[in-house]
Ligand binder design. Sequence first.
Ligand code: C2E
Ligand code: MG
Ligand code: MG
Length: 715
Amino acid sequence: MQTAISNRDFHFSPEPEPARLLVVDDDSSVRIGSRLALEHAGFRVTDAPDGYTALNCLQSQHFDAILLDACMPGLDGFATCRKMRERLGGDLIPIVIATGLDDDASIQTAFECGATDFAPKPLIWRIIVQRLHALIHARQATNHLNGRSSQMFSMLKTSSEAVLVLDQCGVIQGRHHIEKLPGAVTAMLEPGCNFFDILPGGCAVRVEKAWKNSLSADSVDEFILTLEAQETAFKLQGRFIAGIENEVLCLLQDQTEAFAAERKMYELAYLDQCTGIANEKRLISELSLRLKCTRDFGQKTVLIRCATPDFQGFEPRLGRHGLDKLACAVVSRLQECVKDFAARTSMLSERLLIARISGSHFGIVLSGECGQESVRTLAQLLSNSLAVCVEIDGFSCPMDWTIGIADSAQATSPDSLLSATAYAIQLTPGLNEPDRVRFYHPTLRDNSYRATELEQLLRRDIADGALEMNYQPKFALTDFSLVGMEALVRWNNREMGPVSPAQFIPVAEHTGQVVALSHLVIERVFDQMVQWREQGRLSVPVSINISGIHLNSETIVQELMAGVDQRQIPCHLVEIEVTESIMVQGAGRALKNLNELRSLGFRISVDDFGTGYSSLSYLLELPIDCLKVDRSFITNIADDPTARAIAKAIITVGHDVGLDVIAEGVETPEQLRCLRELQCDSVQGYLTGRPVVSDHFADFFGGYRCGSGYGLSTQ
Ligand code: C2E
Ligand code: MG
Ligand code: MG
């Protein structure tokens, strides 16, 4: 049988090759007549005078049909036909035997010898030509079909599909290549069973639809089938093909492993590997889906971000594995809260998605009818739960959580929703924000932009040295003489105008610029001191505010020493102002530096005293010379007995431990009088002198002129 299908079998060029004929007849006139008639009809003709010559021709040439005379001397037509068939094997080249013997026996012999057809002599060429054409076409079609079917056969054999033969009711009539399905599944697909009886409810509708389509619409729909067998869910992919004789073929392929691999890929792509909850990618796709529904159905989508600065800080103690446990512990708290909230509000838990945005940031998505109050309730539940210290392997992990909330009314894309919650959790430097749950508001974004702009401009201006110093005098309360001055930095920015230190110092601290700023300040102040010395001005201590960050650095002592050495400034004329909060937090190196500075002769004072966390008992442990009573106690000192009592206590205790006490922010003569009564040593404030540029400071060197004007005698 010929299996290969050549182009010649089914592709016809616009001008087809003439079909090749072999005409075999011992009668030369018949051969000549045949050649003339058949060539005229478009055939290419080869003729042979006897059976042996014909067999030789067949050996060397290819023919599309053979016309064979039955009666020939030697090898007659029937014997020649038989031999030809033997040589041709499976090739069904049409052989027509022409015979004058039109008895039934001759016809039967002709077919027994392998003839395709017979033609009575004398030959009628019109009929012969048509018959030859029909036979040649039939052979081509048969070859084509044979090729196709053998192709299908090998495809089926090599494909991984099993075939069920079903009758019109779905009853399994036969099975082929059933070994390609798992054993547990083949046991369910026994012949005689109805295929539809074994379908689980969930798949039935789709399979039945595919079945109907295959019967009526001549189309092939694929379906996926989940068959539970031996406690395993097998996934089969299938399709129906309408067969012959009212049969339907059901082709099934085992896709269990492919589905498992797909599931694994999904998990890798969309789930957080450590905690098993949705990851950022999944969160984003979920948000975009929900935001779309929000738009289409007028609902609301809310994102709650729970954030703590960093888990990594616990790594040295907990190790990587411990950090994973910490993340899982946090997630289980979030899950409990969400469950609790869903139960309280009867919200469907599918509406609540928990995701890990990044290391220590988690997001909770809600959608539907979620009013601000219910969102606040959930946020509060989360905040309360996260505030309880997590313990991992006996080690407690205190974390500061902030919760930022934004919704689809404020942000319409996953990105903007995420960044809105990022703004909401952002701490504005310098602002004390005790509230852990914060709703997004556009001003947060404006503040953040402003902080960023401020940061950039500050960086530029520090580098350009475009900041100046003001000096504010300090006067003794005994004789109103000048006892010192405080150097205060001023920033008058080209673009934004004057910016208060209360605003930009925290930004500088937050963005790591404060040390550079401090260098600038120290250089300016020391140069100014040299200038005043050269002008013969009275030498009094100048105090410089030093940030805790700088005080904690390794180099602060050398920097200050180098500055004073270079200019031969006595150390006791330089006072370092530090805030008490730094003293509490920065015990380590800050304290060591302070001790060193003091032992070198620098004066140390505690600024804004009374506002921080320290108690008076700290004073004994610190290397300090002076206390600056915070302005908040001075403001009401004249009329609030409590403020007065506190100021008095600070002054008394300060004196008891041998410290100078100065009051800052003195604005009125009454405050001045009170402080004098309480025996405060000195004052600084708008009343006695505002901070001014160095050129305007000259007047203060002569002492506080108005002092006696308030009825206060100099002692
Ligand atoms: P501070 O060290 O407590 O400085 C005193 C602040 O109170 C100054 O504000 C001063 O102008 C203001 N002040 C003085 N007398 C009065 C008064 O009678 N009434 C009122 N209402 N205010 C008065 P300023 O200059 O805005 O500085 C604010 C804070 O910025 C300073 O507080 C200090 O903590 C910081 N700072 C200022 N200059 C520097 C600096 O060069 N380096 C560092 N690290 N911080 C600085
Ligand atoms: Mg100060
Ligand atoms: Mg102060």
